[in-house]
Design a protein around this ligand. Sequence first.
Ligand SMILES: Cc1ncc(COP(=O)(O)O)c(C=O)c1O
Length: 391
Amino acid sequence: MAKKIHNAHPATKVVHASVHPLDQEGMANIPVYHTSTVMKANLDDYRNGRGTYDYGRVGTPTSVATETAVADLYRMDDCVATPSGLSAICLGISGVLKAGDHALFPDSMYGSGRRFIDKILPKMGVHVGIYDPCLTAGELKLLFTENTRLLYLESPGSLTFEMQDIPALTQLAHQHDCLVAIDNTWGTALYFDAPRHDIDIVIEAGTKYISGHSDVSMGFVISNGDTATSIRNYAHNTGICVAPDEHYLAMRGMRTMAIRLRQSEENGLALAQWLEQQPEVIQMLHPALPSHPGHHHWQRDFTGSCGLFGFVIDPNIPVTAIDAMADGLDWFGIGASWGGHESLISQGNFKRTITDIPQGTLLRIYAGLENKTDLLNDLQAGFDRMRGANS
Ligand SMILES: Cc1ncc(COP(=O)(O)O)c(C=O)c1O
């Protein structure tokens, strides 16, 4: 079974990974073990740590099933589940750095992760460098020091959707004996093949497409070899663990991930193509549109686009008109996060320290699983309201 899973297409893997009914009385889905204590047959077994499991926090058949499934999906050695995407970012970074190391992060990194590297990493004695996500390898090379141990990527960047030159930046990092981590929440294992791109540490917010129904907070850190050992030890030594019901929901969500992602992609592209035609939209931030400046990187490195993208509305349109558009939408909730079943709209509220923020109102759309025409009609009615409020 394990060998077959290894060679399967990711769309097959999400359906079959960690499914072993005959090992669990024929039950189709993974049993949910609620436990802290794991009993041993006798004191000698306890003393010598015999048996597969020792303590609920450190692992149960439920947590191992999820972690194995995600590791299989990425064709990497190990995956550690964490209680949120943010904690996965923190673990993936802290698990491989020590005091005195230098690490490089893109200015467009996910905002809460950025607060971690700005506020917490320096207290751990790590030197943080921020770089423009659009730098070429030749330009980024100038920022490496002899202590640079981690290059962090996020492509596309959060809210501003810059595409990075992943192969060139990864090659550069490896020439400097430096690990490469990527936040792959947008691409997922289905649309960005991290091991094929020699990525050392993959971070994915399981809150988004893997769980997929806006009811789970979870993260995953996936890696190989000694890096995986360091990350798992760090997780064990800091008590990182996830409750069994969350594991179960994540696995249940993962089974339909491939078709959800496809529908979300299709809806997202249709909405982005429509928005691009509207005179009030001065910039589209969707890597799969040929007009995106990083489109060639997306086309080369990714096999699809998810349903999350941004667009910028003309700064001359008053906020009241934009609110009239968004507040009256029937099928787009107003809220944070993405990757669930329902469409969402929100406004980018972010800071950059070395790159420019688009001038105008940056809105973000997450295209969910609704009917495409309903979503398009809803947005069209919203733009009519915006025009009415602005006339
Ligand atoms: C790109 C990206 N990475 C990580 C996260 C963090 O995930 P979580 O909300 O589960 O902490 C988010 C959340 O929006 C995100 O957009």
